[in-house]
Design a protein around this ligand. Sequence first.
Ligand code: GLN
Length: 452
Amino acid sequence: HLDRIAAVDGQVNAFLHVAREAALANAALVDESIAAGTAPASPLAGVPLALKDVFTTMDMPTTCGSRILEGWRPPYDATVTTRLRAAGITILGKTNMDEFAMGSSTEYSAYGPTRNPWDTSRIPGGSGGGSAAALAAFEAPLAIGTDTGGSIRQPAAMTGTVGVKPTYGGVSRYGLVACASSLDQCGPCARTVLDAALLHEVIAGPDPLDSTSIDAPVPAVLEAVRRGADGDLRGLRVGVVRELGGEGYQAGVQSNFEAALRQLEKLGAEVVEVSAPHFQYGLPAYYLILPSEVSSNLARFDAMRYGLRVENGTSAEEVMAATREAGFGPEAKRRIMLGTYALSSGYYDAYYGQAQKVRTLISRDFATAFAQADVLVSPTAPTTAFPIGEKVDDPLAMYLNDLATIPTNLAGTAAMSVPSGLAAEDGLPTGLQIMAPALGEAVMYRVAAAYE
Ligand code: GLN
């Protein structure tokens, strides 16, 4: 994999940092421990992995795709990092991302865009485009992403890979640099559903260092994949969300989705239509809640505590302003301003307060739908991968990528994307989104494994 990275990453730009020496040392250590009979129990011991550059790592930089963290060495490992290491997994390096995980194309990285291995003139999705592209370019067999509004699932759809957003709190966020704390969730990325399940079991589970992690047993996803592999979905109801699909979705995306429904029916599932009338308000609610949380979370990058400091001016305020001006890119600044505005006194109730109400209505829509179906399905993203540069100056067009993925984050439920073939008109990958109730990962993985 290190050789493959050396050969192709100049073109793909999936990695911001490659930890060659540490990776080789870990591989040697695992070999030795296997020989000595003391290898970690995980079947993934020694398997290489690409880690999104938003998790703290003591032995590697952590930039979050931003200049403002340039040169910062975290003094601690994220819980996900610790669990990967304990399983003997080899961390190959850190992957490119939109700055602080805000974006849908990886073009908002301060370190240049990642290119889609299927067509290097196109984006790989975002914000976790680096992790998804590393998988699709065979630079790594496993990766870790984070999903605040779709950043694991949409890149998976656009690169023909598998991406899982677990239930909120299913995987610890300790050491995951916060984007929007009430929406962020990390999860496994892989080329197969089985690989994703293996990785899921390594990273998931309660963590005393994250008060929002769920104190419950990890859903038995590996067992669910084994069960799903028999291809028998009789007795399961699959709900098609009426509001996610049709108008606004590319023809090839829609027809691959319809083919997926026929396939699920062939496997014995009963396909029913469900309605989620408030999903249409998900996007505007998300783009108030997320910037509000971001404007607060990014306040800590004040030139005093981390990374960059631009010594321009004599007062602390001047140094802070100069550093934030130089260190944040345009999308981060846009969201800080949006969030500051939405939270300001006099507007709080009209914007943030209303958005929180919408969030509750969306959770209720999910509850109603899950009373009628075991899982819900939709296309993961409205289009296939678009050309680099096409939407970078049009924030609203960029935000529309997340139409189908955002409701899950607002409700804190689980969802994943699995490859659903190539679109007829452009030959690019599309994804099927499978959504499940909170802690319903087992049935979600079962359906994914059967479908795959
Ligand atoms: N594309 C969405 C956004 O820009 C989602 C980001 C994410 O999931 N981290 O906010």
